[in-house]
Design a protein around this ligand. Structure first.
Ligand SMILES: C=C(CC[C@@H](C)[C@H]1CC[C@H]2C3=CC[C@H]4[C@H](C)[C@@H](O)CC[C@]4(C)[C@H]3CC[C@]12C)C(C)C
Ligand SMILES: C[S@@+](CC[C@H](N)C(=O)[O-])C[C@H]1O[C@@H](n2cnc3c(N)ncnc32)[C@H](O)[C@@H]1O
Length: 440
């Protein structure tokens, strides 16, 4: 079990409390570490239920149990009315929970009851997740040495088949982190961040801009609406292409936003065919960063701008510190990344393929607020989502393997949060580049 989880779980597996008040106290104030995994939260829910039942038993004992001065008929009537009232209260709480509390988790356009897994059939989810996990759980060296690039790429597509709907349902249509902004919702901060991307490359009407690794098109739609430019997005995931096209159509942006399925290492676009390009937290999937940057360089017109932000380790990362190594490996595994590069490598690689680097900055640094606050969702959110997926899987509404996929993401979130808090990792290392103009 993950170290962070072990620490968080210590209280859960500690010696059972002796008295009821201690039992209740233990359950209700158990500080389930925000990075805990849902199995801990689930045992918390078990405790809460037990505490609730214990509370009901001890607190309502006179009503529930016969006493000498009531006739059997009165006691039966009291039992019935208590049971009715209890059922009504519990029922109302359940409706409130599933409609309002859970509803907030589903407001983003994807409902938990129709979590799909792209090209992975329902009965294959568990096996596909096992195959994916067995590939990415190996050592960095083994993954890097895996010369079968096709297999690696297809595992990335499998990853996004498995997680795209959970991402949309539990995060939204923009699959990236953004700096938090005081007084702004996460959604507003994400939109503001995406508009900054458009402004960085001076995207404007009449231009044709490339979105490298476009996901389901969250950034694409913000940038198209903000800049007036035409956007072409490319993603390795066929399922994301269909989701992005559906969102573009609903947003009325399908006239200016196009999505193609393809490998950003060998893009189906002619040389010098784009007026600008951006890549939001997607190049980190490439085994060699130069392969992506070289392709972007090829399809950009001379003088065009390219901006990218990506996942990197920072100068605070200590490869000799087991806790750092575990957090970074957990981040890589949970994000289907072959390896995280060091912060300075982005600009160096861009120069290597011929770009002029105009700006290089970690956008996560102050005055930006921590990007990981959103990821450290309340333990209730993790528990709520895991409970819902577990119930839906038992009811055969969600594919059985979805529980393992969700658990993988819970663990990934714990590693990413830890890596963010310790400053050894940033997902927001930005470089702004220009393809040199042709010398007269
Ligand atoms: C840039 C990448 C993805 C970045 C993020 C969009 C996602 C990274 C980890 C994801 C999540 C972790 C925990 C999930 C939670 C358990 C679930 O209940 C709801 C969805 C999560 C919050 C999910 C959302 C998307 C992420 C934050 C690539 C390079 C991986
Ligand atoms: C974390 S998502 C980010 C998506 C989008 N940029 C956003 O911010 O919402 C990473 C994206 O990169 C895409 N991707 C990864 N490897 C790819 C490859 N070799 N070719 C094309 N797309 C790839 C994935 O399909 C996914 O859409």
């Amino acid at each position: 079990m993950d170290k962070h989880v072990r620490e968080a779980g210590k209280g859960v597996n500690g010696p059972p409390p002796r008295s009821l008040s201690q039992q209740i106290q233990c359950s209700s104030i158990l500080t389930v570490h925000p990075q805990s995994r849902p199995d801990i939260a689930l045992s918390l829910s078990g405790r809460l239920c037990r505490s609730g039942l214990l509370l009901a038993h001890y607190k309502f004992k006179p009503i529930l149990l016969p006493s000498s001065h009531h006739s059997p008929f009165e006691i039966r009537a009291m039992d019935l009315s208590t049971a009715t009232w209890t059922a009504a209260v519990v029922g109302a709480a359940a409706v409130y929970w599933f409609v309002w509390v859970m509803g907030s988790a589903e407001v983003k356009g994807k409902r938990a009851v129709n979590l799909k897994t792209g090209s992975v059939s329902r009965d294959q989810v568990q096996e596909k997740h096992r195959q994916f996990w067995s590939f990415f759980v190996r050592s960095k060296e083994d993954i890097a040495a895996a010369s079968d690039e096709y297999r690696r790429i297809s595992f990335i597509e499998t990853y996004y088949d498995l997680v795209t709907d959970i991402y949309e349902w539990g995060w939204g249509q923009s699959f990236h982190f953004s700096p938090s902004l005081p007084g702004r919702s996460h959604r507003e901060a994400t939109r503001i961040y995406e508009k900054r991307v458009a402004d960085a490359i001076a995207a404007r009407p009449g231009q044709r801009i490339l979105d490298v690794g476009c996901g389901v098109g969250g950034p694409m739609r913000t940038i198209a609406a903000h800049s007036g430019a035409g956007i072409v997005g490319i993603t390795i995931s066929e399922y994301q292409v269909s989701r992005a096209r559906e969102h573009n159509r609903r947003a009325g942006l399908d006239g200016r936003c196009e999505v193609v399925r393809g490998n950003y290492l060998e893009m189906p676009f002619p040389e010098s065919s784009f007026d600008g390009a951006y890549c939001v937290q997607a190049a980190c999937h490439a085994r060699r960063l130069e392969d992506v940057y070289r392709e972007v360089f090829r399809v950009l017109k001379p003088g065009a701008l390219f901006v990218t932000d990506d996942w990197v380790t920072t100068a605070l990362y200590r490869p000799d510190d087991p806790r750092h190594v575990e957090a970074i490996r957990g981040t890589e595994r949970g994000g289907a990344l072959a390896t995280l590069r060091a912060q300075h490598e982005l600009a160096a690689t861009a120069r290597q393929v011929g770009f002029e680097v105009l700006e290089e900055r970690d956008l996560a640094l102050p005055p930006a607020e921590p990007w990981w606050t959103r990821l450290k969702m309340s333990r209730l959110a993790y528990w709520r989502n895991h409970l819902l997926i577990s119930v839906l899987a038992v009811l055969r509404i969600a594919p059985k393997g979805m529980v393992e996929v969700h658990e993988m993401l819970c663990e990934a979130a714990a590693h990413m949060s830890y890596a963010g808090e310790t400053g050894i990792f940033t997902p927001l290392q930005m470089i702004l580049c220009r393809k040199p103009s042709i010398k007269p």
